[in-house]
Design a protein around this ligand. Sequence first.
Ligand code: GLV
Ligand code: MN
Ligand code: MN
Length: 413
Amino acid sequence: MTTPPLAAAAERIMARCDELATITVTPERLERVHLSPEHRAANDVVEGWMREAGLTTWQDAAGNQCGRIEGRVDGLPALLLGSHIDTVPDAGRYDGMLGVLLAIEVASRVRPHASALPFALEVVAFSDEEGTRFGTALLGSRALAGTWDDAWWELRDSDGISLFEAFQDFGLDPARLPSAFRRPEQLVGYLEAHIEQGPHLEDADRALGVVTSIAGARRFSLTMTGHAGHAGGTPYDRRRDALVGASELVIAVETISKELDTIGTVGKLQAYPGGVNVIPGRVDFSLDVRAEHDAVRDECWQRIQEAAADICARRTLEFDAVEIYRADAAQCAPHLRDGIAAGIRSTGDDAPMALYSRAGHDGVAVSALTDFAMLFVRCAGGVSHHPDEAVTVEDVAAALDAFEGTVRELAAR
Ligand code: GLV
Ligand code: MN
Ligand code: MN
């Protein structure tokens, strides 16, 4: 197989993103979650593309789809390239998938010269980064990193199916999970290409950027409890309206986050009992807090709790919070960052833009195992986690060129 020119390879990546977008639980909107039949179908398609690129393939015990090319001699530690193929509900088609397809294309281009590589090259399509199904993110990459928590087996999806059962339904044996754990000496590092999911590259008129670190994040399940009652008969001075209290807190999350230059989001909110003529007695809602530095993120959460206490005192409500996810900020390794920057420079951008990632990525999990770095690709309007997610084929060609250049740079060192 001859190596296609960059433009043709970029077209193929775009076409494959389109093809993966057809593997969805509902035709109207893209949704493909961990250990679902769609995940099975996507793994099969990705495995086919890996084989076409000349990789030896396997699905690991966590449902991650993997492929490998040997380097100078068999059995060398591997440079791991990849991203994830699960999605959020009503997703775009590039978040995760673009990075997997870029990695496969890089492997395909490097393979004819693999006998000169001082490392093996592996590609991974992580099974779960978003956490859409079980509420806990990075289950695929945390398995690979060996930071699995056995308490997760009892996580349940919205149908009450446990993670343990979902593994079995998918054809995986939970008892074999540790065979997916990698050891540090098996890897030389992890590189991920990903759309930026923000507007900074576009605003700076840059196609590509080198990531410095990934923001630290914490997520909580929150409950505001008051008392339900008659919407007509209950005077205001007797109301304990949980939804008005929760609403005040939603505003406080935004105000505090802006003041501290953090990012706070309430993405889910459900009022109970949910009658048009009933005062809400309880509200369940979510909170996602992120910041470049963990101390500021934690200060933000502290101030949100103080705001909640103040609201509850004024409105005679109760507030409860359960932390459901925590990932500390992860620093990209300087030597791999330099490799990415060199890859970008090889495309003609003499001064690559550096930026930190506000979004979470598999690198957060993999950083417990090995060094990592990331290449960001401009996306239209910075839009992501939305079907309007878009990239240009020219930017994808530049990303492929830079990503391949990065691997060559690291191989040459
Ligand atoms: C992952 O996409 C996240 O940052 O939430
Ligand atoms: Mn995402
Ligand atoms: Mn992603």
